[in-house]
Design a protein around this ligand. Structure first.
Ligand SMILES: *[C@@H]1O[C@H](CO)[C@@H](O)[C@H](O)[C@H]1NC(C)=O
Ligand SMILES: *[C@@H]1O[C@H](CO)[C@@H](O)[C@H](O)[C@H]1NC(C)=O
Length: 346
């Protein structure tokens, strides 16, 4: 059964029929720990770009998107413009809604999701735009009739206002079908290799001091649908484990860590532990055994310190001998056989 599921998944990855480009925009008021505006662009469930009210410009989130933006400054400008424009629009919308619902304080969240789906077999394109207010569906544009659909009575006033703006609704139709599908086709073609490929991470074990937790650190992996955990005797363990978040690298790949507190692990039990990195839909696990020999640390154990210093000193002395030797040899070669003490005078 498991093989079957994996096979189906694989088929899904190898021959996708429907592609989608979605922009998910969230505007909030009254939440201090969260940016007032957050926008993400998503292609086939992979995040391709991000901007928020603190960003100066949208950031590409995949390597292929970074390339597209580099080669097409117009697109970068378009996204930058959109990021600022939509922020202002949604802020105005949320203020309007607060007034209408008599809310002077508290948390308000207005979300907009718009985009398009493209069936690469039939060529069908479907655009969509919908709003949600405080977690409920608020209003949706019917692209056939170019009228807004309000599932709750609260949105009826908005519906009547927006239905009258016919040219704006027509503009939406163009954006959501033509412009969106042009971008989507471009992204799918360009990103095909990347959307369907995975990069395995390089995994290392890091430790600050011999008593600190051992950090299993994976970097350079793609996509971010991945998890990492520690096992003991092949079983995942939760105790003494601290999971880090998945973070972005500048090249579009990701990094993540999971720490194991080894203070209660006996030295003879170390070999029973390993760290596993796993993609959620691909069998490409990276397994790293807990082994003192492979742990990387900046910490120099005090007992080894003199040995290390002696090593360095001996190394330097050897180097000096070699250089002097080379010098003498070249001098002798250039000037014929001269006494070595001549060199000291120069
Ligand atoms: C809004 O609040 C004012 C004053 O508190 C009240 O008179 C009015 O009826 C309220 N409107 C709604 C829609 O609740
Ligand atoms: C590791 O575990 C020990 C005891 O189980 C605890 O005293 C210590 O604070 C833990 N260290 C960290 C970094 O959590």
């Amino acid at each position: 059964m498991k093989t079957f599921t994996v096979l189906l998944l694989f088929c899904h990855i190898a021959f996708p029929m429907k592609h989608s480009l979605k922009f998910i925009l969230t505007s909030s008021s009254g939440i201090s720990s969260f940016p007032e505006f957050v926008a993400v662009g998503v292609v086939d469930d992979v995040e391709i770009g991000y901007c928020d009210s603190n960003s100066e410009r949208p950031e590409p989130r995949t390597r292929w998107m970074e390339k597209i933006i580099q080669n097409d400054p117009q697109q970068q400008d378009w996204y930058t413009g959109q990021c600022f424009k939509i922020q202002d629009n949604l802020r105005a919308n949320i203020e309007g809604l607060k007034q209408r619902f008599n809310k002077s304080e508290g948390v308000d969240i207005l979300q907009r999701m718009n985009g398009c789906e493209w069936d690469d077999k039939t060529g069908d394109i479907r655009g969509f735009i919908q709003f949600g207010y405080n977690g409920d569906d608020f209003i949706t544009l019917d692209l056939e009739t170019l009228t807004w659909v309000a599932p709750t009575s609260q949105a009826v006033i908005t519906k009547h206002e927006w239905d009258r703006e016919r040219s704006k609704n027509l503009h939406w139709k163009n954006v959501l079908t033509q412009l969106c599908s042009n971008y989507l086709k471009k992204y799918v073609t360009f990103g095909k290799v990347f959307l369907q490929s995975t990069d395995r991470p390089s995994v290392s074990l890091l430790q600050k001091t011999p008593s600190s937790p051992v950090s299993c650190h994976a970097t350079g992996f793609y996509p971010d649908r991945a998890s990492m955990f520690w096992r003991k005797d092949g079983e995942e363990i939760q105790e003494d484990v601290d999971h880090g978040e998945i973070l972005h690298n500048h090249d579009g790949t990701f990094q993540m860590r999971v720490d194991l507190n080894i203070s209660s692990v006996k030295p003879e039990d170390w070999s029973r532990y390993d760290c596993v990195f796993q993609f959620s839909d691909v069998k490409k696990d990276v397994i790293t055994k807990l082994d003192k020999a492979v742990i990387r640390t900046n910490h120099v154990p005090p007992s080894e310190f003199p040995v290390a210093v002696i090593g360095v000193v001996v190394g330097l002395l050897l180097l000096l001998v070699c250089i002097t030797g080379l010098f003498i040899w070249r001098k002798m070669k250039n000037n014929g056989f001269q006494p070595a003490n001549k060199i000291d005078e120069e």
